[in-house]
Design a protein around this ligand. Structure first.
Ligand code: SAM
Length: 386
């Protein structure tokens, strides 16, 4: 049990580091404090360590704490931001409030964790995908058919419905589109290709093994609890849900590997199929990931695959991308020591020939984007992937 406690505590701290590394905006304090609180509190750590490892115990428990705190009201609830509101300030009362809550609600937290999965969805990842879609659209005149793999609530199915602002290191900005929901990030590396308006999407479909029914208030409440408790993330989730509810997109229930051939076969033949996966393939495991690469190679159709996923295998041994592409060596060390980030990659298949490139990396909730200069997809080492 001691090993398990240490493992869960390390995972909680690694996720805290990823979301809120040194220099992160102050609004990320609570996300980090909640996860570090789980790592440091014996009651909370004990609850998390009893959960199956594949349930992302620390994150699942953080969502349960948030959900229950909102339900109960009281001292702990005041630290969590509301949609459209400011980030409540950090103060010395948070840790004692969390510890008291854990002791008062131990049984209910355990029950909540047993009955739920951690289902985080982050619409801001469209900031990472948009420059790749722009590059795809610039390279190929065919209309885009977007397939969002592991779409969850389907918020990534509408990259053409949001507005984007990229703040460059020199203080200038690049903007794309004009829409009520404006996603924004800091660019750390080269300037990404940002078009004046999002590329047109001719048709779209989401695939998920367990699509979220946003029409169900209980589902919405649980998904909201899984969003990091950062004011910007909370606000944009609520705004994106409103948009999705008003105009639901087509959704297929199925496994990304098994469903892909039929989904792709159903898309108009004059479109360029553009598969997008954000934080999905990282969870497939080596065998299913290899199966996905095999299905991709057998599609018999030109296809793009945009991936935003942490390095695999998840954990300290991580070295490569889910697309089987190499990354700069220092990313591997930084991923291990400084917390995970999403690697942005593009794989293009044309006439059966596969090319790929890593284009950048990004904060898990897209607060920053590190874009690599001058990258173009090059012939991959292997047509079958990693
Ligand atoms: C971490 S969430 C990411 C959701 C969304 N792509 C985002 O970035 O906000 C992972 C999603 O992938 C789905 N998923 C995981 N494994 C899957 C599989 N084998 N086939 C289809 N969907 C899967 C989960 O149900 C969940 O909705």
């Amino acid at each position: 049990m001691g090993d398990r406690l240490a493992q869960v505590a390390a995972q909680a701290r690694a996720v805290a580091d990823a979301w809120s590394p040194p220099g992160a905006p102050a609004s990320w304090w609570l996300t980090a404090a909640l996860l570090r609180g789980i790592a440091d509190d014996e009651v909370l750590l004990g609850i998390a360590a009893e959960l199956p490892p594949d349930r992302q115990p620390a994150l699942l428990l953080s969502a349960a704490v948030r959900w229950l705190a909102a339900d109960r009201g009281g001292e702990l609830a005041r630290y969590f931001p509301e949609p459209g509101g400011a980030q409540p300030a950090e103060d010395a009362g948070f840790r004692p409030a969390l510890a008291a809550f854990a002791r008062a609600e131990r049984a209910e937290l355990t029950r909540l964790c047993a009955g739920h999965r951690y289902q985080m969805t982050e619409v801001a990842r469209c900031l990472d995908v948009l420059p790749v879609l722009a590059a795809v659209a610039a390279d190929d005149p065919r209309p885009l058919a977007l397939v969002d793999l592991g779409t969850g609530a389907g918020l990534g199915l509408w990259p053409d419905r949001y507005a984007y602002r990229y703040r460059l290191p020199d203080g200038s900005e690049r903007q794309c589109g004009d829409a009520p929901l404006r996603l924004a990030c800091e660019v750390r590396g080269a300037a990404p290709p940002v078009p004046p308006s999002p590329p047109a999407i001719a048709t779209r479909v989401g695939v998920d093994i367990e699509p979220h029914d946003l029409a169900d208030p209980a589902t919405r409440a649980w998904l909201a609890a899984c969003v990091p408790p950062e004011a910007g993330a909370v606000h944009r989730f609520a705004a994106a849900v409103e948009l999705a509810l008003a105009d639901p997109a087509p959704m297929v229930r199925g496994d990304v590997v098994d469903a892909l051939p039929e989904v792709v076969a159903g898309l108009p033949s004059d479109t360029l199929v553009c598969l997008v996966d954000t934080y999905v393939h990282v969870f497939l495991g080596p065998q299913r990931l290899a199966a996905f690469h095999a299905v991709l190679a057998g599609l018999d159709r030109d296809v793009e695959w945009v991936s935003v996923d942490p390095l695999v295998p998840l954990g300290p041994e991580a070295r490569t991308t889910v697309q089987g592409l190499d990354v700069p060596e220092h990313w591997i060390t930084e991923n291990r020591d400084g917390g995970v980030f999403g690697v942005i990659g593009r794989v293009s298949v044309r006439d059966g020939v596969r090319r790929g490139a890593v284009l950048g990396r990004a904060h898990p909730s897209a607060a920053w984007l590190d874009w690599l200069p001058g990258r173009r997809p090059a012939a991959a080492r292997s047509r079958a992937g990693p």
